[in-house]
Design a protein around this ligand. Structure first.
Ligand SMILES: [Zn+2]
Length: 323
């Protein structure tokens, strides 16, 4: 691990060696926005309950968590700062955008030029996250900066708006050096996302294709990994979609194909019904507290488990180089 490289957390930049056990995709706060309007179960909006979840993550051995809620869909940098303060958990916040259907025609993503939005996104990495997600004329930046850039597409298609937002995320990554993480719908369009983002100048090792395990097809995963990018398994133990064994077999198979250093895991427990403090299950502590040991019990080599939760996130999220 190169200790001169740092990750960008909401409490400042820290050396990659301090990152520790990392959940690469999760949620501690969502308040309002189209996702919550469509389904109120997506609301994660009680600071006290979110703090309890974060503390349970810490008690189970978790040290860093990436809150993947981007601009304009209920992200809240101020509540996030308050929730994380004093817990000892490093939180990485993101900028960029979710899938196009989450932005009403009145949102600025439809109205501003690509260059203008690229500047706004880049400023959230370089200067500070805008406390109101740029939803009004007054710009007030949090001391917290974004540590990654998100973009997304829908089921089997990339709309013209999503094309624009993917280019914006890519150019912001090139300018700021922050990594890009995507949302795929049911794992579709992952290969197309990887190829597009690369074509806009982002190095493959700075790209991570998300939710790919929603389509646990090893053929697809190999095609995507062949692009040199990371893939993220973040629907683990979501039994309504697929079994735990399927995910674990995928992990072992991708490692055997030589891609063990390109895998990241997150819980993506992005609904209140997934969080115990909100009355749901299994909770933010599941990944460090149960899933990591399930991997070992199943036969995933310990060295690979360590790579997935420590070394790979440190390499992927570390982008601040000391000068
Ligand atoms: Zn998510």
């Amino acid at each position: 691990m190169d200790n001169s490289v740092k990750i960008r957390t909401i409490e400042g930049d820290i050396p990659v060696s301090e990152m520790g056990f990392t959940d690469s995709h999760d949620h501690i706060w969502k308040e309002g926005g189209m996702e919550v309007l469509k389904d109120p179960d997506f609301a994660i909006d009680c600071p006290e309950k979110s703090r309890r979840e974060l503390l349970s993550f810490k008690e189970a051995g978790g040290q860093t968590i990436v809150d993947m809620q981007p601009l304009g869909v209920g992200r809240g940098i101020e509540p996030m700062r308050a929730i994380a303060k004093g817990t000892g958990v490093h939180v990485i916040a993101v900028t960029g955008f979710h899938k196009g259907s989450f932005y009403d025609k009145t949102h600025f993503v439809h109205r501003y030029e690509e260059d203008q939005i690229t500047e706004l996104v880049t400023a959230e990495v370089m200067e500070g996250i805008e406390v109101n997600d740029y939803c009004g004329p007054i710009v007030r930046r949090s001391p917290s900066k974004a540590g990654a850039v998100k973009c997304a597409s829908g089921y089997y298609k990339i709309t013209p708006l999503e094309e624009k937002l993917i280019r914006i995320a890519s150019y912001s990554s090139v300018k700021s050096q922050a990594p890009v993480i995507t949302h795929t719908q049911m794992g579709t369009m992952g290969l197309e996302q990887a190829q597009r983002i690369k074509s806009y100048g982002v190095e493959p090792e700075k790209i991570c294709i998300g939710h790919l395990d929603r389509n646990p097809d090893p053929f697809l995963h190999e095609q995507v990994l062949r692009e040199g990018v990371y893939v993220q398994y973040d629907c683990v133990a979501r039994i309504k979609y697929h079994t735990v064994s399927e995910t674990l077999q995928l992990i072992i198979r991708m490692d055997q194909k030589g891609y063990g250093d390109r895998l990241l895991i997150g819980g993506d427990w992005g609904r209140s019904s997934y969080l115990r403090a909100y009355g749901g299950a299994p909770g933010l502590d599941f990944i460090p507290g149960s899933f990591a040991s399930q991997m070992i019990a199943y036969g995933v080599p310990e060295g690979l488990v360590h790579k997935i939760f420590y070394e790979n996130p440190a390499r992927f999220f570390g982008f601040i180089k000391e000068t």
